[in-house]
Write a protein that binds this ligand. Structure first.
Ligand code: AMP
Length: 579
């Protein structure tokens, strides 16, 4: 496939407002591809050269790209900068300056190869080398191709091709319907590599997908926790449970594959560079291949205390890793093991996996076992919860002792119990920002008034609205959020957003915000959970608790299914809301 053909399809995807259309166009692209093209295409359409968990970066920012565009199209730097101020989109800037057509477009594989060459360039003189390759690539392209190439390079695709859209498109391309989704999803949960899945499906067919197993070095999608309103409900539903403290740190998947240690976030992005002390601790383990799951948290040796989430994530910034590691070294509370020396451990009951964890890390003082106590009593569970809260922890996670590790599933194998500020056992909700209003008075200074926010419908792969947000942030917070909003503004409603409400400006769904609300109520206006005969859901008195520091993708926001469950739990007598 020529890159120009892919660019034409990307243009069609950009123009559509319907998610079904998006799936259809992408499935046509897949249908027209040969096996060697599947990985490049799958990564490129998501603004990547490799799966998300591989830290491959092209390494050309806006400034360098402007230089390349100027050189490629013989335009003075000032002219490029001026045009870019007008368009507000460097892709469109390149498109305006590039020739409308080009006789001989390179293939998708060739473009991917040249971008990979740019990504691989490092060390002295590499910047010039990167620029040269990129400039000559631009010269080989027509205007639509140039636009998409620049966006790919910046990782700003603005198409909303989420992972579920890719899975649907693959199923449609092979079967003409969604019937392959479950098999595809299984393989995706085990390997997190959509390109590998696409290629395997084309080369080997469905049995190949079943044969894609958990392996060290490839993150699997994390098991997630459900919620229940109180300890009584937990014991009633799960019987005997294993109870662990819920640490407020960062989820971390620790992989050791021979000499190679890698760390992945909940989003499956690489965190290997961020936490050298965890890497060292994993290297020291007496095992060749292993995958562990846990919560990483910074520890302050002076006060002998664990440091809260916000400070733990401060390390995301590249600078100062070493100083941070000295001042507040990381610990990881390990609570699970999914793989050891060639064996997939995910089917084993949790109790057995936990024993293996204890055995594996018993001599480490950086990888610590998250303590587990067993109970079938609601009183004991309540005591444990309050005890943990009084020790400054978030709450507890209760786990079914006989459950397998179900990659990517949010189910009652694990149940989290937290409390909110007023002492009630309710949980926060993670919403995605979908739009904003101009804003009056004080906040207008910061450019944004109320925000329109939504949750994620996993079945439809859509973002649906649930609330407007206006309170909870400091002036500083509003300023910070406005800065991020400016880059995400789009002229029309994105295809994956389903809304009856029209804000002043639409946003590409990207920013996840944690909110607390008094109640979930039925709503005739909001589309969350709305079906032909049922109203949607809204949040009553929502306030922002925190801006998630990029550890959640929009698809990791609270789902419609969870909102419905929370709504139903609210209706149960004896829950004792009333604040
Ligand atoms: P939430 O992010 O509110 O859905 O809560 C689930 C998260 O709690 C997991 O993704 C982990 O990052 C975190 N967590 C903290 N302690 C534990 C634990 N002992 N077991 C499982 N998850 C834990």
């Amino acid at each position: 496939m020529k890159f120009a053909e892919l660019a034409a399809s990307l243009d069609q995807m950009e123009a559509t407002k319907s998610r079904n259309e998006l799936v259809r166009i992408l499935s046509e692209v897949y249908r027209a591809s040969v096996p060697d093209e599947l990985q490049p295409i799958t990564y490129l359409i998501q603004g990547r050269l490799a799966p998300f968990f591989e830290p491959v970066e092209i390494g050309l920012g806006e400034r360098l790209l402007m230089t390349a565009i100027g050189v490629a199209y013989a335009a003075p730097k000032e002219e490029v900068a001026k045009l870019n101020r007008q368009t507000g989109d460097l892709g469109v800037t390149a498109q305006r300056l590039a020739p409308a057509s080009h006789a001989d477009s390179p293939s998708v594989v060739e473009v991917h190869r040249r971008l990979s060459q740019i990504a691989a360039a490092g060390g002295a003189g590499s910047q010039q080398q990167k620029l040269d390759v990129f400039t000559s690539l631009l010269r080989d392209l027509d205007s639509a191709s140039a636009k998409h190439l620049v966006r790919i390079t910046l990782g700003k695709m603005r198409l909303g091709i989420g992972d579920p859209t890719v899975l649907d498109a693959l199923s449609f391309a092979k079967k003409g319907d969604r019937s392959l989704r479950p098999v595809l999803e299984g393989a995706y949960n085990r390997t997190s590599d959509l390109g590998l899945i696409a290629r395997t499906l084309w080369e080997v067919g469905e049995p190949g997908l079943d044969a894609l197993k958990v392996r060290a070095g490839h993150p699997l999608r994390p098991q997630l926790a459900e919620r229940l309103p109180n300890p009584e409900a937990v014991i009633k539903k799960l019987g005997t449970v294993g109870v662990q403290p819920k640490y407020d740190g960062l989820r971390v998947q620790i992989h050791k594959a021979g000499d190679q240690v890698s760390l992945f976030s909940r989003n499956l992005e690489s965190m290997t560079e961020m936490f050298p002390e965890l890497v060292a601790a994993a290297s020291d383990l007496d095992v060749d291949n292993v995958i562990l799951d846990g919560e990483a948290i910074a520890y302050n040796p002076a006060s002998e205390e664990y440091v809260p989430f916000q400070e733990t994530t401060a390390r995301r910034r590249k600078e100062g890793i070493q100083e941070f590691a000295a001042r507040a070294p990381m610990r990881a509370f390990v609570f699970d093991v999914m793989f050891r020396d060639g064996s997939d451990l995910t089917p084993l009951p949790y109790e057995r996996r936990f024993e293996i964890v204890q055995e594996l890390i018993k001599s480490s003082d950086t990888l610590l076992t998250a303590p587990l106590m067993k109970t079938d009593s609601a009183e004991v569970l309540t005591r444990e919860l309050l005890d943990n809260i009084s020790r400054g922890l978030e709450g507890v996670v209760a786990k079914r002792l006989d459950s397998p590790y179900q990659a990517g599933a949010r189910n009652f194998n694990w149940v989290k119990l937290k409390r909110n500020t007023s002492g009630q056992l309710t949980d926060t909700i993670d919403v995605v920002l979908l739009g904003y209003y101009g804003g009056k008075g004080k906040r207008a200074e910061f450019g944004a008034g109320a925000l329109l926010a939504g949750v994620y419908d996993t079945d439809k792969d859509e973002f649906v609205t649930i609330t407007k947000l206006g309170t909870g942030l400091s002036d500083e917070g509003w300023r910070a959020i406005h800065k991020r909003l400016a880059n995400l503004e789009v002229p029309v409603k994105p295809a994956r957003v389903n809304s009856n409400i029209v804000p002043d400006a639409w946003l590409e769904p990207e920013i996840v915000v944690e909110v607390l609300a008094d109640e979930i109520t039925p709503s005739p206006r909001h589309t969350a959970g709305m079906t032909g005969d049922r109203p949607g859901f809204a949040l009553r008195f929502p306030r922002i608790v925190s801006l998630r520091a990029g550890d959640k993708k929009p698809e990791d926001a609270t789902s419609v299914r969870e909102i419905r469950q929370m709504f139903e739990q609210q209706q149960q007598p004896g829950r004792g809301r009333g604040r």
